[in-house]
Design a protein around this ligand. Sequence first.
Ligand code: IFM
Length: 454
Amino acid sequence: MERKPKLLWGTATSSYQIEGAVDEDGRTPSIWDTFCATPGTVVAGETGEIACDHYHRMPEDVALMAGLGIDVYRFSLAWPRVQPDGTGPGNPKGIAFYDRLVDELLARGILPWITLYHWDLPQALEDAGGWPGRDTAYRFAEYAAIAHDALGDRVRQWTTLNEPWCSAMLGYVSGRHAPGRRDARAGFAALHHLLLGHGLAAQAIREGAHAGGRADGLEVGITLNLSPKIPATASPEDLAAALWEDGLSNRLYLDPLLRGEYPADIAGKLEELGCPLPVRDGDLAIIAQPLDVLGVNYYSSSVVAAAPAGQNRWPGTATIARDVERTAMDWEVTPEELTHLLLRLEREYPGPAWYITENGAAYADEPDENGYVDDVDRENYLRTHIDAALEARERGVNLRGYFAWSLFDNFEWSFGYDRRFGIVRVDYDTQKRTPKRSARYFAERVAREKALES
Ligand code: IFM
């Protein structure tokens, strides 16, 4: 019988959420620095200025990861560190940090997995129009080439974007994330330009890798936050409501990336609503670059029902609460939907290797006097979701890995430090790191799964 490729087990973080050092070594402000400095945007006016101080504690942090026995570490590069103006040459001092990080990981036997964009756009590019402007897609490809040129000799796993839905919808439509704009037309333009940027960046990475003789084992991909939308009943109205929500959250990303077309029902409706996707000839072929990897960030799912249309003619939908456990984000805990999601992806969008690039939960942790957190709830969350992912693999899904979100408690965007997702506690007063019960569980589970496979 043919053996399945071994699973990779890892933890994930992102630059603005953990690094701190926002004005060191030539880093310029990102949209998140500007957003945090705007009163009323982030809980308690908190910022990523210090965060987990990872920029200064990186070797200690990598040692901690090694102690967990993980295979791979997924982190993002801060674009304003690597290419401070968002255009022009790279910044040697900023790049040097990631050079050291990559070397430190490799020395500890951990694979580095890079995400190029986890939301910290250089402010200079936002000032020039941001993602609603087409030019930003081309700037992103330029930055990708600089990053790959610097690190591609040692890094084979490259993710272009993390969760473009959040960048476009929270950043430009609802304004809950940086840059805080509230303009639906701009948001859907941003969505298209993010995907175009992904395609151009994927091309740039592959070209650089082939030219530099570094194409062996190269894996290029993108990470999407996918969320099943389950119709509340089988009525035509509820079915249509769930289809619309699925279109906005899932198909609007999966279809262009894996089928080379936007879903006609959603694209047509957006046009009608005055929010057209600004597609030019040739864009969809660029977006639909071959994908080695599609990263799935899974946290929850929702039940959707029809509701009266709003004044602005947008289809009305309502989320129906289920009687299930919720996390501190108020997200329903539905591990079985992860199995269903993965089965659907393999069935409807076959091709890429699937990785769970984020999965985890915020809970109201209560540390003891030593900072230890006995987070049974988070351990249960991880256990049931890993089980659900492995079940999908058993049932034929080409699942290749799982990353816990997150290695550390960190800056949870507009929630500031109020929501803790870490399997390792961070005391923000002392910067002391203390593995929680869930970290012990994760380390044991990884060791067990690896033993079963060997
Ligand atoms: O913290 C975020 C991360 O940056 C992106 N995915 C979801 C996580 C939890 O909200």
